[in-house]
Design a protein around this ligand. Structure first.
Ligand SMILES: Cc1cc2nc3c(=O)[nH]c(=O)nc-3n(C[C@H](O)[C@H](O)[C@H](O)COP(=O)(O)O)c2cc1C
Length: 233
């Protein structure tokens, strides 16, 4: 990394943060969206770098008994297009969703990749106050990993959508994807090719333009010293 150009680094990061935004792309189950070559490789790179997120507490040992035994308190389960379509078929066949017209099915039909992201709760054997604190921090860390993933995907020209998941948090999807029931779904991250956004009636995030001005959520405080300040920089 070139640290001699701090302004260009800051500007690149700012640009990606501002460029990230939600678009829900609705596809057609019977005519899935064309996915460009190399799309999954871009997501693979994005997932790997997203794992650099901060985390405070290692995941509890109950979560470390499989091949995915990292202490980070999140897990990514990625599905390529064909597997998204298989999942859609199973959800319909199993009655988890009403029809091919359901929003989740239409998005699975437009997605190049879906990244189901779980966080790893503490067992309830510890005192509640400790469990609650650790779980809050696990969710915070897993959320940081998701935001990293959204930004890394955005930087690779991939359109993203963080969904709570709905039916994707249910038993059908968990069983199919081999996700342990003790893990909790934090986000179903849809990854769409940019061309699909342009060619469809993609829905933006309803709250995108409602966050207001920074003055509405950030302030600087000035505090009086206990003793008069003797030295100034
Ligand atoms: C934890 C979380 C869960 C979300 N779940 C949903 C969801 O289930 N459905 C939805 O339409 N948007 C969902 N969103 C996306 C928000 O609608 C979107 O971020 C918001 O409208 C702001 O738009 P922006 O992402 O373009 O800035 C979720 C976002 C977060 C952070």
């Amino acid at each position: 990394m070139n640290f001699h150009k701090p302004h260009s680094l800051a500007s690149a990061v700012d640009t990606v943060i501002k460029k990230r935004r939600t678009f829900k792309v609705m596809g057609d189950f019977n005519a899935p969206t064309p996915i460009p070559k190399g799309f999954a490789q871009r997501i693979e790179q994005a997932m790997k770098v997203a794992g650099e997120a901060p985390y405070h507490y290692p995941a509890n040992a109950i979560h470390l008994n499989s091949a995915m035994d990292s202490p980070v308190p999140w897990r990514f389960y990625a599905l390529q297009q064909n597997d998204c379509l298989n999942l859609a078929e199973h959800l319909i066949a199993n009655g988890d969703v009403s029809s091919e017209q359901a929003g989740i099915i239409r998005m699975l039909s437009a997605a190049g990749t879906l990244v189901l992201t779980t966080w790893l709760p503490e067992p309830s054997t510890l005192p509640e106050i400790i469990t609650e604190h650790k779980n809050t921090e696990h969710i915070a860390a897993a959320s940081a990993a998701i935001q990293n993933l959204l930004l890394a995907a955005t930087a690779r020209n991939v359109q993203t959508y963080w969904s709570s998941g709905g039916a994707l948090g249910g038993k059908t999807c968990y069983d199919l994807c081999g996700i342990a029931p003790r893990e909790k779904l934090l986000g179903a991250i849809f990854m769409f090719p940019q061309a699909a956004v342009r060619s469809s009636k993609a829905k933006p995030g309803s709250l995108h333009d409602k966050r207001g001005d920074p003055d509405q959520w950030r302030t600087w405080r000035t505090l009086s010293p206990v003793k008069p300040i003797r030295y100034t920089a």
